[in-house]
Ligand binder design. Sequence first.
Ligand code: GLY
Length: 384
Amino acid sequence: MKEATATGVKWQEAIASALLKTKRNLEQHPTDFPHISNGKHYEWGSNEDWIEGFWTGIVWLCYEYSGDESLRQHAHAQVESFDRRLSDKLALDHHDIGFLYGLSAMAGWIVEGNEQHKALALRAADHLLGRWRESAGLIQAWGPEDDPENGGRIIIDCLMNLPLLYWAAQITGDERYARIAAAQARLSRKFLVRGDDSSYHTFYFDGSGNALRGGTHQGFRDGSTWTRGQAWGIYGFALSYRFTGDPEFLETSKRLAAYFIERIPESGIVYWDFDAPAAGSVNPDSSASAIAACGMLELLEHLAPDDLLRPRLEQAVKRTMNALAELSLGMAQEAEGLLDHGSYHVRGDYGPDGYMIWGDYYYLEALMRLEKGIPGYWYERERN
Ligand code: GLY
């Protein structure tokens, strides 16, 4: 995909700008974590939401790219914060353990073979495994086991938490992690992906695993396609394919990607929901585009050279990353975020338009994949 540079967008310039902002943000906020933006600035807070791993992932990416020792030290300090958080079980009654511990502790193991970080990531995988509900056959997304609303609920985002489990199976040799991850991916494929290749954000089951209904949390309506959910699916199924080799996961990622590509607007950056009414102004979600770009880059690694989807994927990555890099490089120098015009929960009027730390992470991961072949922290790499 290096030929994408021929379009004039300079990935190196985009990475240099991201590196500068990351170092400046660390100087100004050495211990806090950025969440979503409030006007021109991030809201900085402690490590107790689902999103803090993205900041640590950005710091690891910047360290890998630059070799700057101060970045490594910041990454280590942040991983210590994740360690305390797991010991204290602080705000961990949800499935986003892969986002939190994959991009912090597992990343530390991947980047430098740190045994303490490996042990922490394995403890986190055990915590995630604790959300498996045997009688229903699912990983519960949110809340405690007996939660009346969320007890039998899965969401498409969970696909991105599964790599932590697949990885734990590889490291420990305990197949239970991988069996549960693959079962969750199969359930997601069956119920969250619809016949026309669009997706539900969320699906409900009863305590015995009987399917009740599809729905949404952050999308426009229950039957609509929330673009970030579709993007989680593209990337998540491609990763499940990487770990399992199950061709159904590859095919599902391709279907979701083709649906997404068809709906990329002229600007190159998707709106927050593919079914949101076009009347008036429709908020974009740059974070959905960044996640989808990473997912498509992952997918491209698994496709045969003559796969008919390949040229469309390559073109879509190019368009998306050109648009995102132009957006990023056009932002004010003092802006703390890398990407403007992400959205968190438009319908709920919470973070409808601004920086989203996960958007920044995936944008930088996509740049690193394109420029340096650094694929983020979802799976082991060859060790020298
Ligand atoms: N995983 C929550 C979100 O994408 O907003």
